[in-house]
Ligand binder design. Sequence first.
Ligand code: 13P
Length: 243
Amino acid sequence: MRKPVIAGNWKMHMTCAQAREWMATFLPLIAATPNDRELVVAPPFTAISTMADLVKGSTLELSSQNVHWEGHGAYTAEIAPGMLLEHDVVYAIVGHSEPRKYFSESDEQINHRARSAQSNGLIPIVCVGETDEQRTRGEAERVIRRQVEQGLEGLDPAKLIVAYEPIWAIGTGKTCESTEANRICGLIRSWVGSPDLIIQYGGSVKPGNIDELMSMSDIDGVLVGGASLEAESFARIANYQAG
Ligand code: 13P
């Protein structure tokens, strides 16, 4: 049985003061949320310590937005697994399309990050997804398959989440059709060969489309950007009702 994981990726948003305000609104709204789902937030690094205090006693878990493959060293701007574990972080997003695009992160680097996360007891959320051009050229499946095969090499699928985030759907308001997102998530599951693998969809997830997305057989959760910045809208997403 795959427990759905509803995760908010705050990206480069939220000061500590804003995170406190967000939590004051959010926590009462999830007080009655069924525990058949996992709720996760990925704050920026500066807010992780504040959030670690605020999530205590709640069902909300923390994710980082990145993790390095070394335990420490001369890697300016990077973050080591132990630094995250010290704040009870459980998940680590790796391979998001933004660092892939802006910092040319390769599948090999992403695989190093994911392996490091797993071997240190963090659960990597490995993001994959095609660009608009790749989809138009009919290359979406080939691109995603390469990202999956190279990014997940040597990983244990039981301690892993894959997030299918078509790049053309991120921050654009253009959600991938739920049936198409479901089809790609099903393909990813078959390529990895693990029926228990948790696969999220991400890309313009909103209160208005969450129920439909979560009704799909191969979508086991969502990775939410913009709509996770508003406590009320993320709470509605967390309180989805799958048909
Ligand atoms: P949006 O929900 O803003 O489209 O962002 C998706 C995303 O990138 C989550 O990681």
